[in-house]
Design a protein around this ligand. Sequence first.
Ligand code: FRU
Length: 533
Amino acid sequence: MHIQKLLTLFLAITFLTTCKKEGITDANTGPTYQEQHRPQLHFSPPTQWMNDPNGMVFFDDEYHLFYQYYPDSTVWGPMHWGHAVSKDLTHWEHLPIAIAPDEKGYIFSGSAVVDWDNTSGFSKDGEPPLVAIFTYHDPEGEKSGAIDFQSQAIAYSNDRGRTWTKYENNPVVPNPGIRDFRDPKVIWDADNDQWVMVLAAQDQVMFYTSKDLKAWRYLSQFGKNRGAHGGVWECPDLFPVTISGTGARKWVLLVSINPGGPNGGSATQYFIGDFDGLRFRLDPEFGAEMARQAKKDSTGVAASWVDYGRDNYAGVTWSDLPQEDASRIFMGWMSNWDYAQVVPTALWRSAMTLPRQFQVKETAMGPRLFQNFVEELRTLRGEQHEVDITASPGNPQDLGVSPQQLEIILEVATSNTGSFGFELSNSKGEVYRVGYDADAKAYFSDRTKSGKLDFSEKFAPSIHYAPKQLEGVLVNMHLIFDVSSVELIADDGLTAITDVFFPSEDFTMIRFFKEEEGMGIQRLEVYPLEGIW
Ligand code: FRU
């Protein structure tokens, strides 16, 4: 190659690496998705602030993802609904902002449905409309010291979610005098021929019913003395699932809570029970297990957590999936209100979790929620990376593969002591560790030495633990690493940890470590994953 060309290439590479390191993006070209810490497998907004996933609905071969978005800053502000669509739950196409704030307030979290039978009358040209149900948050009302500044409203779309018209008679559910009154999730209850809305009301959820999505009537409430109450309840979801094998149907109620999560700050708990069209009642066995857990817990609180990590919040499931009786697809916001607004990313803030499939199965503890990464993610797998584990205590083994975008499936018959797992590191000596601690009988995620920490003292004061919930000696872990995050699904799907981290230089090495001899690896699969952007 000509020397001048070489020089130009060298300068271009130096410039691009500098840009990547500093998170700089050329204003003329927009985001590169190569910025430092930018996830390569997860959804993140092109620029600016994002929080909760909203209005997730499947229609006309598209998975819609709307999200809490503030287009003018990388910190929270007047909320809009940002918008993206996917054909495969893996690759995303960004679309213009769907719903913007107006004189009635900011557009807070909510859901969307396909109104197949045109119950709302919003249909055009015989096509079913999409209807979004969201919370108006009136900042003026809040400032004035009023408590009724949140109410529920609707908007509809006749062009596959591209443009939205707000309903002229909003709000459809006025505030009944409750300060935190938000995040409506609407489902079609086919058994009772009605729409059901579940929303968060401070320390409980409330159910409403409607025939047309416009006129709503209060039904019942749940949760005042149930589950965790270390913070305000937010972003509920309610859905039925058929238990694999038995044909029996259970209802799952998801409730996010902030703060009060198992490892601090924001987290999502779940309840399993029945919904008869009027009330949600806990499944007796699920309730009995909660009581048993409460006795064991020093604080007397029992909650079942969707995720024990610190970075899976406000997650809900997709509406109108073609086959949704045996499972639901879930996505959460991969951050935590404890530090979300100060994480060290320059151009954008935060990402969503990977989509996960939720199922309910009977266990010795009664019915439990099981999760797994959606099958579609397998299409990102590169050729399997072969490793023969020879690590011994004190001698961690380099897997010889980049941990930047990596999937690992590990099954181990455990010894009863010591810990094992994976350690990510870089040349600066920064490390992140994730694995299983047999002494604690718990999975752990340790980001206390993972690089940039000082942006918030709440970010990494301690190691995060998740109790092993699967009986027996087998430990199984399914891990996905993506530049600045890990998602661990363990115990066949019973236990999860999702955490983000920010090494000051990308992690380049991943090593397997173990503290004791006595463990047998029964399965190890390692796949580099192809980025989605
Ligand atoms: C949850 C939440 C919701 C609210 C939204 C505002 O993270 O606080 O309760 O609707 O964020 O952006």
